[in-house]
Design a protein around this ligand. Structure first.
Ligand code: HEM
Length: 496
């Protein structure tokens, strides 16, 4: 039935809210600016939920093609030469201005390097993160076991995760340098600032506006290069040495070695610094949003679900009272924590759409016969899908343990979603995207988030600050973020 109704000509694909028509066009772009939540809900409810693609208002006064999530298994079989995610990201992020150049996104080698590291050195990455996370948490939450410390949760999570991830990105010395970490955070924030402004600037003006809005980013890169230089020079020595055993095991060295042997044009301080900053942005931003949102939700849901008590009990059951030993296997045993994280990702992903691709060729035909136009930037609308009451009960409510194995779900909690893991991707759960370019770091994110929260809950009393008893996520244009100034208070537990 659907295939008979499917548009055979790309020009027949419908527009949400008729935004192609005069009178509706401006309203469409205005909604993207000030009410994207309702706009995406309409596109999902009227079209994509029912298996039909539609055009939605897109970046820089363009249009994007929202595809039904039911296309995903078919899309996953298509090569990058048909659906390309790097080209889509370049267009969305405006990499030339926001990152420093297009190549940092479009070149596949840094991601390949990272994927190899994630595959072959997973345990070393966990060890590096573990070594740093305890110091980073103490730095943010303090050591006082008498007085509460008020902590801005989003900033604290960002600082902790940047410092701890830095251990495997740039090594111990640099990841403990507060100035370098501040520059890294500033770089990450400026990526969004620059791409956000260009998102709402007509393309024709980008060559004028781009250089101006990216001035700050270029300054940050120059400052970061000064701090990376000693580590860069130290690593140069190892490149020519016959013994690699003593060489640093971080991304900085991996990137230098790769550029030295296979990519001479990138073998310089400038490019290697930006590749490292780009890796921070790609690996730390989403995990920070998840960490801050999850901590706030754990505390907000405590009264109804005894969330902190149950998570603490689980950690004692899995690890006893000794310092936990972390691996994929021990993390997998923390099923209540796993469920809490999946619930947080379901409700609080940073953006409302996922699986961005650019169609690279003519005549691409979807399984229902719809012909998709070359050049279109496609996405799958995710937030309304994640919260659809027909797919999940009480879809808009944070229910921390709903995904735990059925026998562990406390009484009174819906069991229709039992047994789904945080890292298991399906066409209706897209925080990590879908297909062969889905997040390859999700298993590391899984272990590191569990490590972080387990450490906090075991060593600190934590509660919401009385100054903000019920902090709510903030919708900013297309992004949903934890409230920037939300405070928690923390106090070190007294050792017994
Ligand atoms: C909660 C935390 C995280 C979320 C929600 C997340 C989400 C995502 C998403 C949506 C993509 C797909 C982008 C696309 O459609 O092309 C992605 C890609 C990727 N992520 Fe994550 N990510 C997280 C943490 C991490 C971490 C900690 C790492 C590494 C240590 C990582 C490494 C990667 C890599 C390498 C890719 C590119 C995969 C490829 O292109 O083949 N991510 N991530």
């Amino acid at each position: 039935m659907l295939s008979r109704l499917a548009p055979r000509d790309p020009d027949d694909i419908p527009f949400v809210r008729n935004f192609d028509k005069w009178g509706f066009r401006l309203a469409g772009y205005r909604s993207l600016w000030n009410n994207s939540k309702d706009l995406f809900q309409d596109a999902y409810g009227s079209f994509t939920k029912h298996g039909r693609p539609c055009w939605i208002p897109g970046a820089s006064f363009s249009k994007h093609l929202a595809l039904p999530h039911t296309y995903l298994p078919w899309m996953a079989t298509q090569p990058d030469s048909v659906f390309n995610h790097r080209e889509a990201f370049d267009e969305l992020v405006k990499a030339k201005w926001a990152i420093g150049d297009r190549k940092y996104i479009t070149e596949p080698w840094p991601t390949k390097l990272l994927n190899t590291k994630l595959r072959e050195n997973f345990d070393d990455l966990i060890k590096a993160f573990h070594a740093e996370v305890q110091l980073a948490v103490t730095e943010q939450l303090g050591e006082d076991n008498a007085e509460w410390r008020e902590v801005p949760v989003y900033r604290a999570m960002k600082t902790i995760l940047v410092r701890a991830s830095g251990r495997w990105i740039v090594g111990k010395a640099l990841c403990q340098d507060p100035l370098f970490n501040r520059l890294t955070v500033a770089y990450m924030d400026t990526v969004f600032y620059v791409s956000g402004i260009l998102h709402y600037t007509p393309v024709i003006l980008h060559p004028l506006v781009g250089p101006l809005v990216s001035l700050r980013q270029r300054y940050i890169i120059e400052q970061a290069k000064k701090l990376v230089r000693p580590g860069f020079e130290e690593r140069l020595g190892y490149l020519s040495s016959s013994s690699q055993d003593a060489a640093p095991q971080d991304f900085l060295y991996d990137a230098m070695r790769h550029a030295y042997t296979s990519r001479k044009e990138d073998f310089n301080l400038h490019d290697i610094t930006i590749y490292a900053l780009y890796v921070y942005w790609a690996t730390c931003h989403q995990i920070t949003v998840t960490a801050a949102s999850t901590l706030l939700e754990i505390l907000k849901s405590d009264a109804e679900y005894a969330t902190t008590t149950r998570l603490q009990a689980e950690s004692t059951q899995v690890f006893g009272t000794d310092e936990p030993t972390w691996s994929k296997a021990t993390a997998a045993r923390c099923s209540l924590m796993d469920s809490t994280l999946r619930e947080s990702l379901r409700l609080h992903t940073f953006i409302s759409r996922h699986v961005f691709k650019k169609i690279m060729v003519d005549g691409v035909k979807a399984p229902d016969g719809t012909v998709l136009p070359k050049g279109a930037l496609t996405c799958v609308i995710s937030r309304p899908l994640h919260t659809d009451h027909e797919l999940i009960s009480e879809g808009n409510k944070f229910i921390p343990f709903r995904f735990a194995p059925a026998k562990e779900i406390p009484e009174g909690i819906p069991t229709d979603s039992a047994g789904k893991k945080m890292t298991t991707i399906t066409p209706d759960y897209l925080p990590f995207a879908y297909g062969k370019h889905a997040c390859s770091g999700r298993f590391l994110a899984d272990v590191t988030l569990k490590m972080l929260f387990t450490h906090i809950l075991r060593h600190f009393d934590v509660e919401l600050s009385p100054k903000n008893p019920c902090p709510q996520p903030v919708v900013h244009r297309e992004a949903t973020l934890p409230p920037r100034h939300a405070l928690i208070r923390a106090r070190r537990k007294i050792k017994v």
